[in-house]
Design a protein around this ligand. Structure first.
Ligand SMILES: Nc1ncnc2c1ncn2[C@@H]1O[C@H](COP(=O)(O)OP(=O)(O)OP(=O)(O)O)[C@@H](O)[C@H]1O
Ligand SMILES: [Mg+2]
Length: 209
């Protein structure tokens, strides 16, 4: 049984823990990979296009020889975070664990693209803090998949809005739970105006790897 109170605490539960340092330097690892690591933290409503654009962006990066990997909401909730639901507390813990995974993958030299709704400004700020804290990676980009609720609801690729409107899903972001849009995201992708390809081009143009 997970003790939620201790899960949220960033301090380890045990005092008897000592860090080890890798023998490979950050520079040597980057040389090996051929580029800097980075995190592209996508945020947006359900149906905004996070999964669609992140997968297209990952493919474009791989085709350019950049080691990239998408962490997607639904996939992570099937495995690592399958014990978490959609309460405010569980959403927070969801984001904390993803951030720690992204941080580790960045340390391994990989470009990480995350595709989670991540609805609160506070949670995204905490993701930025966790991911950049180690000093191993200062390339954190908040990417706003900027699609109006009406468009997301019209797309409704998973039929979730219909269920949420019918009261069959509780705490549904945009309908019965809040979404706080980013105030100054590094990258803004208004998908009502951009095709998937144009969004990927805009992301590629932002690269300084
Ligand atoms: N310009 C566009 N950019 C991105 N997606 C678009 C665009 N136009 C239409 N779509 C469609 O919108 C849908 C977006 O769904 P997607 O699963 O990517 O959303 P999501 O943000 O990952 O949602 P969730 O949070 O539920 O996982 C897809 O069916 C996609 O084909
Ligand atoms: Mg998705």
């Amino acid at each position: 049984m997970v003790n939620k109170k201790t899960t949220f605490n960033r301090q380890p539960v045990s005092q008897n823990i000592t860090r080890v340092e890798n023998l490979i330097s950050k520079q040597d690892r980057e040389h090996l990979m051929g580029h800097h690591p980075a995190t592209f933290w996508f945020t947006g409503l359900s149906g905004s296009g996070k999964s669609t654009i992140s997968l297209a962006f990952e493919k474009a990066l791989i085709e350019r020889g950049i080691k990239a990997f998408v962490l997607d909401g639904d996939n992570i909730r099937h495995g690592l975070n399958r014990d978490l639901g959609f309460s405010a507390e569980d959403r927070k813990e969801n984001i904390r664990r993803i951030s720690e995974v992204a941080r580790l993958m960045n340390k391994a030299g990989i470009v990480v693209i995350t595709a989670f709704i991540s609805p609160t400004i506070a949670d995204r700020a905490s993701a930025r803090k966790i991911i950049t804290e180690s000093g191993q990676n200062s390339y954190f980009n908040e990417v706003f998949i900027n699609t109006p609720l009406e468009v997301c609801e019209q797309r409704d690729p998973k039929g979730l809005y219909q269920k949420a409107r019918a009261g069959e899903i509780q705490n549904f972001t945009g309908i019965s739970a809040p979404y706080e849009a980013p105030i100054s995201p590094e990258i803004d992708l208004p998908t009502s105006e951009l095709t998937i390809e144009q969004s990927v081009e805009k992301l590629l143009r932002s690269l300084s790897l």
